[in-house]
Design a protein around this ligand. Structure first.
Ligand SMILES: [Zn+2]
Length: 449
């Protein structure tokens, strides 16, 4: 029996909807709430931030009479932050409780800064509290493998959410030594783990991780921009646990959506965020079921409201209702990012998620880094650095065979758009140890000397 997502009752309460409302009447009432909040956010952002005062200066016919009216509003992109993040600030700097600095790998090399007020952070704690109740029960123990040293860091906010449901929590932090982390998890007696996919995989493949065996860890929450399916499957096999995924990014206030027991797509934080999926090229709204780019608008954010923020993440709204019985809409698992996808030829785009599906299947492969460059002859070169497990790593030929199993790579090599990929094994496996970093194909513009 699949339990209904706790987010439904939470959203009902947060949005103060009549408990009598069910089915489509509930969804309609939720839309009325969201429309009202979208209009308030537009008004608030235009009055209080320099960026939106200018960005939305020519916007007419407000307030919007329907959520579909959002299509008239220009997008906000990540590069808008780079110039001057203070232009997004909607409260006095004194009222900012938390500033998050994200290092971007873009050409400007500038850091992105995000501002949250105390009230913004409280909403995130509240979401974590209710979202986590799918995974862990009062009286159980959880280990958080996310950064948590600083007050109001993601690990700290999660700790506060878990404490509200009487879950004993160890904030271990990011994994740099998988063996040590596995020992800490075992001695704490964790029922639940929260971490970054490649890091949790490394823990599971360490000697101490394997020794944990099945039956003690009941649930794992993998949190990042997207989760390779094959990592979830491996963790289920090693620990016999259920693997949930959380979708979130710092810009969302860390939390965006979380899977229910059906483990098939995220229910979203509908009270605080309004999500759209749009065509990556044209910006037009996708219909349910169609894959596009995820865009969101904050509904309750005070420090730094965001309107139609383009996430770069590839996903779709699932058209069918959820097996858990909730009428809340679901977003399918994020399939990767537009950024860093490489077009090798007509109809041949190589994405990191394609490579993830092929490579994380390999026994003992813990992480890898893909670098694409272009030679003087105009042909692409793909190099893979592989980090393998201490208890046995895949061979070069296994990695190359897995890559060759991808149509995009095989066809591109066949027509000479791509040279045969090269592989190197590396002892250094710390490419993804910072919680904020996003995995992607590294594209080098200069031909290697
Ligand atoms: Zn569900």
């Amino acid at each position: 029996m699949i339990g209904i997502t706790p987010l439904e009752a939470w959203i009902r309460e947060r949005v103060r909807l009549d408990s009598e409302l069910t089915g489509s009447a509930f969804l309609e009432a939720l839309k009325v709430y969201q429309l009202q909040r979208v209009n308030e956010t537009i008004d608030y952002a235009r009055r209080n931030t320099a960026f939106y005062r200018h960005h939305l200066a020519s916007l007419q016919d407000l307030p919007l009479s329907d959520l579909s009216g959002l299509a008239r509003i220009p997008f906000t992109t990540s590069s808008d932050f780079a110039d001057n993040p203070l232009r997004f600030l909607a409260v006095r700097q004194d009222d900012i409780a938390k500033i998050v600095t994200l290092r971007t790998s873009g050409s400007t090399g500038e850091a992105k800064r995000l501002f949250f007020s105390e009230a913004d952070l409280e909403l995130t704690v509240d979401f974590f509290h209710h979202g986590m109740s799918t995974l862990v029960q009062p009286g159980q123990r959880a280990v958080v493998l996310l950064p948590g040293e600083k007050p109001d860091s993601v690990g700290d906010l999660l700790l506060r959410g878990l404490q509200r449901m009487d879950v004993q929590t160890l904030v271990y932090g990011p994994v740099t030594d998988p063996l040590h982390a596995a020992e800490a998890i075992a001695s704490f007696g964790a029922h639940c783990l929260v971490g970054i996919p490649t890091q949790v995989l490394a823990v599971a493949h360490s000697r101490a991780g394997v020794a944990i065996g099945k039956g003690s860890i009941e649930s794992v929450l993998l949190s990042t921009d997207y989760v390779p399916q094959t990592i979830s499957q491996t963790l289920e096999e090693v620990w016999g646990c259920r693997v949930f995924t959380h979708y979130g990014m710092t810009e969302m206030g860390f939390g965006g959506g979380v899977e229910c027991e059906a483990l098939d797509g995220y229910h979203l934080r509908e009270g605080d965020l309004y999500f759209e999926v749009v065509d990556h090229e044209t910006g037009e709204t996708c219909s349910d079921g169609e894959t596009g780019e995820v865009v969101f608008t904050t509904l309750t954010r005070k420090g730094m409201p965001l309107i139609r923020y383009k996430t770069g993440d590839i996903a779709r709204i699932m058209p069918q209702s959820c097996p858990c019985g909730s009428i809340l809409r679901r977003m399918g698992r994020v399939r990767g990012r537009w950024e860093g996808a490489v077009r090798l030829g007509p109809d041949r785009v190589l994405t990191l998620s394609d490579m993830d599906d092929a490579l994380f299947r390999l026994q003992g492969l813990l992480d890898y880094r893909a670098t694409m460059s272009k030679g003087g002859d105009g042909r692409f070169r793909l190099h893979i650095d592989v980090h393998g497990s201490e208890v046995g790593s895949p061979t070069d030929s296994e990695v190359l065979k897995a890559l060759g199993g991808l149509d995009t790579i095989r066809k591109s090599v066949a027509v000479s758009d791509l040279e045969a990929p090269t592989v190197r094994f590396s002892a250094e496996g710390r490419w993804t140890t910072t919680g904020a970093s996003k995995r992607k194909i590294i594209v080098k513009s200069d031909p290697p000397g």
